[in-house]
Design a protein. Structure first.
Length: 307
């Protein structure tokens, strides 16, 4: 049975490129840990970069990308189940699995084996919360998290009232229906973090945003709206989909959209690093690899850690 290799890092760090090059060397297969890349048709805005999965003419198998329709509400519970199904199948074939992504909560949930339950919508609670501001909702969520001892629903990631209400709904359910912390087994994994310095990260984020806008990211969001995906649902997905949708429905100008989106992506990358540092405080060992190193050096250092 192959030991799981996990490669994580903030947006624009080059983690997928590293994971695919390692996979090429090891004949490995990649399981994505990205909360937005699960949606079909949301390609440019989520940075799927599917071209990275072709290395020296070889297509690296990948999973949990493009598995559900936009407009649906994929969640942590579903991800955990989907991950275990794929992980088990890969292990049965004695193939090296690589977990790769930037959604720290998804990664932590499967490595620690948290027990989760599908939380139904609570109509009464939603009605009670409907007229509250995001700040008011954030205060309620902070209190529930403290009472639950919860590490889920990072307050800085709950950036819309809709997301905050859903987080409160989940935390309320878990408070009223306490569960043991684990059901699925924890997974021992060698964890690699791509360490990209702040200046390079900011440079790559800004450059990549310009490229995505030039490559049709606005048209992608417009196409999703034309398919019937509501503005509310697209705003729920945050970042590129939130800011571009607000521009398309006339809430902001093009210049405001680009400026605010760039700031939001920089803040998002910072939050990702905060989560990964938090994982270290919670007992995970992360082996950091310098993003500036040549690819071959990075690959060799990762393989050496596998033994």
């Amino acid at each position: 049975m192959k030991k799981l290799l996990t490669i994580l890092g903030p947006t624009a760090s080059g983690k997928t490129d590293l994971a695919t090059h390692v996979a090429y060397r090891l004949n490995a297969e990649i399981i994505s840990a990205d909360s937005r890349q699960v949606y079909r048709g949301m390609t440019i805005g989520t940075g799927k970069d599917l071209g990275d999965y072709v290395v020296n003419g070889v297509t690296i198998p990948y999973y949990l990308i493009d598995i559900c329709q936009p407009g649906t509400k994929y969640n942590l519970f579903l991800y955990q189940q989907d991950f275990y199904n794929v992980y088990t199948e890969i292990q049965k074939r004695d193939v090296q699995p690589i977990l790769c992504g930037g959604t720290g909560l998804y990664i932590e949930s499967v490595l620690k084996g948290y027990q989760l339950s599908p939380v139904p919508q609570n109509g009464i609670l939603r009605t009670m919360l409907a007229n509250k501001t995001l700040d008011e909702l954030s205060v309620l969520l902070r209190d529930l998290k403290a009472r639950n001892g919860s590490v889920m629903h990072n307050l800085t990631d709950v950036d819309t009232a809709q997301r905050a209400i859903r987080a409160i709904e989940i935390e309320t359910y878990n408070l009223e229906h306490p569960l043991p912390k684990r059901e699925l087994p924890a997974i021992d994994s060698i964890i690699i973090g791509v360490d990209i310095d702040r200046d390079l990260r900011r440079e790559k984020i800004s450059k990549r945003l310009c490229q995505r806008l030039d490559n049709g990211m606005i048209e992608e969001v417009k196409g999703l709206m034309e398919q019937g995906i509501s503005a509310e649902d697209l705003i729920y997905y945050g970042l590129e989909y939130k800011y571009i949708t607000e521009y398309l429905i006339g809430r902001t100008s093009y210049g405001e959209m680009v400026h605010n989106l760039e700031i939001a992506i920089h803040q998002f990358a910072k939050r990702q690093m905060t989560w990964f540092r938090g994982m270290e405080r919670r007992g995970f060992t992360i082996h950091w690899v310098n993003a500036r190193l040549p690819m071959e050096e990075k690959v060799e250092s990762v393989i050496a850690l596998l033994g």
